[in-house]
Design a binder for this molecule. Structure first.
Ligand code: FEO
Ligand code: CA
Ligand code: CA
Ligand code: CA
Length: 548
């Protein structure tokens, strides 16, 4: 059977009110448990942070910090609703579990060991998780699948910019959000184009999408796929056609940044994982132009096309006029990929209000969060508000729903904000539970659209919206219903699920790091430890799909 139509599912959970406090709040009949916190044991034989500080040899093997995007992968032969692999991004160091109190990490003055400690906390965890005899999800201690990919590990490089970057790079960094491929690999996205924790590393090594095989079957991985461009990557999501052609959508979380897609020249082989080994090295990277009439174009970022030649003029930030224009030579495709942001501007792509997550619905509608851009002074139809403090969501469909389309149709899906705010510009048009700064975004396999927020945690913002939260948003009525509220100080980011959708894994990033703060105030947790980022498990008490 094909996927259910997007309006066929049930959504019956009782919405919750906005809230602040040191807890995760979920609707009646739901449970929430802490499963994998920063500093927990990961690699076989590793120790967990318990209040005393380790050297980098140990922290390299434990859970990294600032949990962000993630994906659940099946293990052959294992009931995927009872166990599987979670690949989890760690966006930044979790200082509270790495360094004694009051230590401030500064790359300019840090010792080599302090840099190694910080770099050990970023990257990716792969963990085997399973439902235990007590009915609770837990990390399978000492599983052969448990692995860390960190800022100190070595990564292969492939694609057209390999000639400039080199065969290998030390470290993946600022692993913000992520995606996956139809052949079951994980795509971790680097949201920085330099190694700010170790500036001695060459800049060209960062700002890429990195492919990892959580099952460890495919040789040559992990690999930085340069064909997908170098910018402040947020996440990826794909659209696949009946002919097995595929497009990967990508956002550049910059103020402002562009929207991209990468279309491999080859087809996906669903019967032979290894046959897809080079698919992400050979294809066309496009940037999006959103026209005023609701149409759009995908502009090819190919050397020699779209103005990408010697002596091209990068217009820079459109609001600066000619003051920040720069001449740039695009002589090779490596030049285009190393300078993707400039290439997109030269091509005439639309500068958007910080493109964060993108997701593809069952009906092939594609959604992207534009989280906010308080500094916008000039509007365009796809970014219609100056001083856009609360952000918006755009939606588009490809011509013919084809991944290979070069045109699309788009509309504004919603403008975030709250009607109680004084300025018209800040009210937005959300029906139901309002929010600011949409960031995490996923349509689940039954077609429910989930939105996670990363708004300011200042009192002036939380008094209007409460703490950062996760919402269900109906794709037709666009009505919003609050499902989960995080603890003080956090953003909500990262959503994965078992195939039956009865288990949701959600990440709580940067809650208060005070001693005893969440999750240390939760059952089974050590109450003297600092607050820290963690993956939680959310389930319905009567084992219904989450949200149903
Ligand atoms: Fe790491 Fe754009 O959020
Ligand atoms: Ca300019
Ligand atoms: Ca984000
Ligand atoms: Ca964000």
């Amino acid at each position: 059977p094909g996927p259910a139509p997007a309006d066929s599912y049930d959504v019956t959970f009782s919405k919750i009110d906005k809230a602040t406090g040191a807890q995760v709040v979920v609707p009646a009949n739901y449970t929430v448990e802490v499963m994998y916190a920063a500093g927990d044991a990961c690699v076989a034989g590793s120790a967990a942070f318990a209040g005393s500080f380790f050297g980098s040899g140990d922290t390299e093997k434990m859970a990294g910090g600032q949990h962000d995007g993630m994906h659940f992968f099946e293990i052959p032969g294992v009931d995927p609703n009872k166990g599987g692999l979670l690949a989890i991004n760690h966006e930044a160091p979790e200082v509270a579990v790495l360094f004694p109190a009051l230590f401030e990490f500064k790359p300019e003055t840090a010792t080599a060991e302090q840099k190694k400690l910080a770099l050990s906390s970023v990257g990716v965890s792969v963990i085997e998780v399973a439902v235990g005899a007590d009915g609770k999800w837990a990390v399978k201690k000492d599983s052969k699948y448990n692995k860390r990919y960190t800022g100190n590990s070595t990564y292969n490089v492939s694609g057209p910019a390999k000639s400039a970057v080199g065969n290998t790079v030390i470290g993946t960094l600022n692993n913000c959000s992520s995606g996956h491929t139809p052949w079951g690999t994980y795509l971790t996205c680097e949201e920085t184009t330099n190694n700010y924790l170790d500036p001695s590393q060459a800049e060209e090594g960062y700002g890429w999408v990195v492919e990892i095989d959580p099952l460890g079957q495919l040789s040559g991985l992990p690999v930085k796929r340069t064909a997908l461009g170098r910018f402040d990557h947020e996440n990826t999501a794909y659209l696949m056609g009946a002919d097995n052609r595929v497009a990967f959508y990508l956002g550049d979380d910059s103020t402002p940044g562009c929207v991209y897609k990468f279309v491999p020249n080859g087809k996906v082989d669903l019967n032979n994982r290894a046959a897809n080994a080079n698919l992400l090295d050979d294809g066309v990277l496009y940037a999006a132009k959103f026209n005023a009439d609701g149409t759009g174009q995908w502009l090819p970022l190919v050397q020699g096309q779209s103005g990408l030649t010697a002596g091209a003029v990068d217009p820079g930030n459109e609001t600066q006029g000619a003051a920040d224009d720069e001449t740039i030579d695009f002589l090779t495709q490596a030049d285009v990929l190393l300078n993707t942001k400039a290439a997109a501007r030269v091509a005439g792509a639309t500068l958007m209000d910080r493109p964060e997550w993108v997701t593809v619905g069952l009906d092939k509608k594609i959604y992207m969060t534009l989280t906010n851009n308080g500094g916008r002074t000039v509007t365009d139809p796809a970014n219609p508000r100056v001083s856009n403090k609360h952000g918006h969501i755009v939606q588009w469909t490809e011509a013919g729903d084809a991944p290979t389309a070069t045109t699309f149709k788009w509309e504004l899906f919603l403008l975030a904000g709250d009607p109680s705010l004084a300025e018209d510009n800040l009210k937005g048009n959300i029906v139901g539970d309002t929010f600011s700064s949409p960031d995490g975004l996923r349509v689940d396999p039954q077609g429910r659209l989930w939105v996670q927020t990363d708004a300011s945690t200042s009192a002036s913002t939380t008094s209007v919206f409460g703490n950062n939260a996760m919402y269900y948003v109906d794709q037709k009525s666009r009505a919003s219903r609050r499902f989960l509220v995080g603890p003080d100080g956090c953003e909500i980011t990262g959503l994965a699920y078992t195939p039956d959708l009865k288990t949701f894994f959600i990440n709580i990033q940067h809650p208060s790091s005070a001693l005893g703060a969440w999750p240390s105030n939760q059952p089974g947790q050590n109450p003297i430890l600092p607050g820290r980022s963690a993956t939680i498990v959310v389930r319905h008490k009567e084992a219904k799909p989450v949200g149903a």
